[in-house]
Design a protein around this ligand. Structure first.
Ligand SMILES: Nc1nc(=O)c2c([nH]1)NC[C@@H]1CN(c3ccc(C(=O)N[C@@H](CCC(=O)O)C(=O)O)cc3)C=[N+]21
Length: 291
């Protein structure tokens, strides 16, 4: 068997095309384009690439970017004040605080300063609570992007065994809840899971969101499983995920590449969340952006 590639890059490009077309029609009627404020503190080089990617994608589809880079010594109070200004700014539909923040800042407290209806990262307690309840709300971009990618390829989830390796608040936990909401039987695995391979071999849907190169070997994958690689590892040879791509491709039925899989969907989902927030603010009827 050779796994089919879940092509996040192409799907993301098509979604962006649909957003661009719709916004070209709607923004003049509303009288303004959607706005996304990105707050990036310090000079983490990985963040530089992500923030650049986000701003470029915003420009492509017709979303105005606000915010920018702030020095590493910016205080908690200054950042809270900045977020409050964006909360009130009528041109801003989404506010994103790029993580990680410098260690002396309290990122959770800052995230809770964002008004929930502009929380395009889905990390405010109110949006996390809605996720837990299964109510509509802004959803974290990477998990929502993964679900959109699986949905696009019509991967069945109901009744399937899903194993999520990793339990972060940014990816593992919310993705597990979304899979559960789609009627998968979900198991969370993590660094204290004793027999990881024994567990992952039972997975029809295997998600790795850890950040360790080579973590998922072919022996850990059930033949025919769907494998989603959320890992991001920078190596001398370039960007790689958690999954032994070549080995697992011979065992799985579907597999996401890194790059070109989940990362590309994350950015597209951020734009979708921003447009969703804009649409709600102006009571617009939103089309189904399906890619
Ligand atoms: N508040 C917050 N929200 C986030 O959503 C968030 C964050 N902080 N901090 C960092 C992580 C990471 N992240 C990625 C975004 C795009 C790619 C992406 O576009 N990846 C491309 C390749 C990029 C490259 O080549 O460097 C791909 O996989 O094809 C990856 C990872 C968002 N994150």
């Amino acid at each position: 068997m050779t796994a089919q590639i879940l092509d996040g890059k192409t799907l993301a490009q098509r979604l962006k095309g649909q957003l661009q077309t719709w916004l070209a029609e709607v923004s003049p009627q509303v009288g303004r384009p959607p706005g996304l404020a990105v707050i990036w503190v310090g000079d983490n080089p990985a963040s530089a690439a992500y923030v650049g990617q986000k701003q470029k994608s915003c420009a492509q589809v017709g979303i105005t970017s606000f915010g920018g880079q702030f020095p590493a010594h910016t205080s908690q109070g200054e950042l809270a004040h900045l977020i409050q200004q964006f909360n009130q700014d009528e041109r801003v539909d989404g506010i994103l605080v790029q993580l990680p923040l410098p260690a002396d800042l309290d990122s959770t407290k800052l995230l809770h300063t964002i008004t929930p209806d502009k929380d395009v990262d889905g990390l405010h307690l109110v949006n996390l609570g809605k996720l837990l309840r299964g109510e509509p709300g802004l959803q974290s971009c990477t998990p929502a992007g993964v679900m959109r990618l699986l949905g696009h390829y019509q991967i069945p989830l109901a009744g399937k065994q899903a194993v999520v390796v990793g339990r972060s608040i940014l990816v593992g936990k919310p993705l597990g809840l979304l899979l559960l909401a789609s009627d998968a039987t979900v198991t969370f695995a993590h660094s204290r899971t004793p027999d990881l391979a024994g567990l992952t071999r039972q997975a029809d849907i295997l998600i790795s969101a850890v950040g360790r190169q080579g973590l998922i070997t072919p022996q850990m994958v059930k033949p025919g499983a769907v494998v989603v690689d959320v890992g991001i590892n920078r190596t001398p040879a370039g960007l790689v995920g958690d999954v032994d791509f070549v080995g697992v491709q011979a065992v799985a039925s579907y597999l996401t590449p890194v790059p070109g899989g989940v990362g590309a969907m994350t950015v597209a989902q951020l734009l979708l969340n921003t447009v969703q927030s804009y649409g709600q603010r102006h009571e617009l009827v939103m089309p189904q952006f399906s890619g």
